[in-house]
Design a protein around this ligand. Structure first.
Ligand SMILES: [Fe+2]
Ligand SMILES: [Fe+2]
Length: 369
């Protein structure tokens, strides 16, 4: 857990006895999650009494008498709330049924790819995150449920080669705008992080931050909705970026970096198919990586070429990324993120940054003085 932000990576218990599989799984999982590994069922059971990981990955035939079956017997049922992923060798039958239907448990037979493993675990985490949102107050639950459904619709449309339905995306953002006016933006920024689809999480946080920024600047009605919808859709181009580049934990190399940067061009391209997309939302999608001094991408626009919407999106996009937890970096506290943005000097609009800081951290100016 990051003490300053309350944001943490999902946790996974790995319970496996066979050394080669255990080693392979551990190194794969450690790139994406906080992993605790057990080669002994009793030790794992003890840990499960005091901790609630998001997902338990367990070998099907743990000695002496089976993995999940023994765990269920000894714990008197499937411990809640985690999802379970059972790994089995070819020809082994699954020796337990999942009480809560397929969404609470998955089954993989060796050999399987790392991508399949991470996707399955992500789906289990997302299932439990979305279930957890059901308990939130209405003004937090509705924006989260509506944006996550909308993001899936957008991903499905892109996969099917169909245009993005901008009107539907804008409608799904209305509760988010209301939540921001209600003072629920900070709670939303934390709650959305329990989901494990990073592009969705980042996009919803950028939508929330941009709306909060606009609200603080006195913007109203349709303008707030444009900020929110533009924020939700700003990185849709990443839905066609290869996942191994998108999820790479280390630095991108010289071949990978242009592919990553191309998401901005793709975002603009995907939004260009629908005449309903308003100009402001396209500016957010196409210019959120531009910098005032011309060092940004894809066009290297400069100074007065960039209007307030573009300048706000650049600030918020960087701030959102800095305050997110990833497997390769902790979530920075807001104060540290603002310090980094202040150090960026003329790359970003420092006057707008001051305003955003005062909106996000009211009283910060007075404290600094
Ligand atoms: Fe981006
Ligand atoms: Fe972004």
């Amino acid at each position: 857990m990051n003490e300053a932000t309350g944001i943490t990576l999902p946790s996974v218990f790995l319970i496996a006895h066979e050394p080669r599989h255990r080693g392979e799984l551990e190194s794969l999982l450690a790139r994406h999650f906080n992993v605790q590994t057990y080669d002994d069922l009793h030790a794992a059971l003890g840990a499960l009494e005091s901790q609630a990981p998001d997902v338990v990955v367990i070998e099907n035939d743990m000695p002496p008498k089976g993995g999940l079956r023994m765990l269920v017997m000894q714990a008197g049922g499937l411990p809640k709330p985690p999802g379970f992923l059972v790994t089995a060798k070819k020809g082994e039958g699954l020796n337990v049924s999942f009480a809560d239907g397929p969404a609470a448990g998955r089954y993989l037979t060796w050999p399987f790819s790392g991508r399949v493993l991470i996707d399955q675990i992500s789906e289990l985490i997302n299932h439990s995150a979305e279930k957890g949102w059901e308990n939130l107050p209405d003004n937090q639950r509705r924006p989260l449920q509506m944006t996550v459904e909308e993001y899936q619709k957008v991903a499905d449309a892109i996969a099917a080669g169909e245009p993005i339905d901008y009107k539907s995306a804008a409608e799904s953002c209305e509760p988010l705008v209301d939540a921001t006016k209600d003072g629920a933006a900070h709670a939303l920024l934390v709650a959305v992080q329990s989901h494990h689809d990073y592009t969705y999480v980042h996009s919803t946080r950028v939508a929330t931050l941009l709306t909060l920024f606009g609200h603080g600047l006195g913007m109203k009605g349709d303008n707030l909705l444009i900020l929110s919808t533009g924020g939700l859709l700003h990185d849709v181009g990443k839905l066609v970026t290869p996942p191994e580049i998108l999820g790479k934990p280390g630095k991108l190399d010289d071949q990978e970096w242009p592919i990553m940067q191309n998401h901005v061009v793709e975002s603009g391209h995907l939004l260009s198919h629908n005449p309903d997309v308003v100009r402001g939302a396209r500016i957010i999608a196409e210019q959120h990586h531009e910098k005032l001094d011309g060092t940004g991408y894809p066009l290297g626009l400069k100074g007065k070429d960039l209007n307030d919407l573009a300048r706000m999106s650049t600030i918020v996009d960087i701030f959102g990324a800095l305050t997110d937890a990833r497997s390769y970096k902790p979530a920075f506290p807001a104060e540290k993120a603002f310090a980094i943005l202040e150090d960026m000097g003329g790359g970003i609009d420092q006057n707008l940054l001051k305003v955003f800081k005062e909106i996000f951290l009211p009283g910060s100016k007075a404290e600094a003085a």
